[in-house]
Design a protein around this ligand. Structure first.
Ligand SMILES: [Zn+2]
Length: 84
């Protein structure tokens, strides 16, 4: 299943959060925990579940953080072994 990071219309990853236009959209945002997203490539606008979107970004950020920590450990060991 493709993630919400890409536009469902054209597949572009330039799919960013759009402004809430009116009171109806603000209510929808509050009630259903959804936000409008706009594709800058084709102009498609869609509603996305915030929880799913945030979860996806968070897990990606955690992966990146783990990768950086592992890389720092490896570099630290290489530097440490060269000094000793
Ligand atoms: Zn698009």
């Amino acid at each position: 299943m493709p993630g919400f990071v890409n536009c469902p219309e054209c597949g572009s990853d330039d799919f960013n959060r759009s402004r809430l236009r009116n009171i109806k959209e603000k209510i929808r945002h509050r009630l259903f925990n959804q936000s409008p997203y706009r594709c800058h490539e084709c102009g498609h606008r869609d509603w996305v579940d915030i929880k799913k979107f945030k979860k996806k970004i968070t897990s990606r950020q955690v992966m990146l953080y783990v990768f950086i920590v592992i890389l720092a450990c490896i570099i630290g060991q290489i530097i440490g072994s060269r000094i000793n």
